[in-house]
Design a binder for this molecule. Sequence first.
Ligand code: AMP
Length: 213
Amino acid sequence: MDIILLGPPGAGKGTQAARLQSSRGMVHLSTGDMLREAVAKGTPVGLKAKAVMEAGELVSDAIVSALIGERLDSAGGGAIFDGFPRTQHQAEALEMLLADRDRTLDHVIELMVDEEALVERIVGRFSCAKCGANYHDRFHKPKIEGICDVCGAHEFKRRPDDNEATVRTRMAEYRAKTAPILPFYEDKGLVRRVDGMAGVDEVAAAIDAILDK
Ligand code: AMP
């Protein structure tokens, strides 16, 4: 099964994708994670993407479509696309990448959210530098301040693009370029909607109900 999780930054796509990866053995394909890895390693793609990402704008369709193309075969048992596609061009590129492998999308799950609440969600988020466990300044602090609940590490990190000004640009990019691809999937009868403002477990249950139908 191949599915897309669609929604603005901070809607919970990454959280739900990671959960689906461990519960169903599907593969989480996040172009944001791939690009951050490329930036950290200083690859040619990373060098091109860094400033664009820091500004909250979109990296070129050709770069992200190529990243997905490289990983798709490793997700032969099913992929969860998180943060891709983000433009009509990318949606069409994904159709072709899947068709080349005799695959088609099963569901496009839209996480419905309130933008103002998302800004607070994103600006407060941080993660363990060692194991990647996610935390939030208000909603999910480590049980002991400064120590990761999962692995006990003392180092945490924040994404450089998780500041309010950049988040507003990322939201605007979503509204202008990503939300308009929904009708493309609606015409194919693929769109399912979930209340992304509910708790993580409730959102997970709603997604499970769609996948198990
Ligand atoms: P994300 O982790 O999905 O929030 O992505 C972080 C940043 O990476 C975005 O703000 C964009 O600059 C870039 N990015 C990630 N995925 C894409 C994509 N599919 N198309 C263009 N840019 C992307």
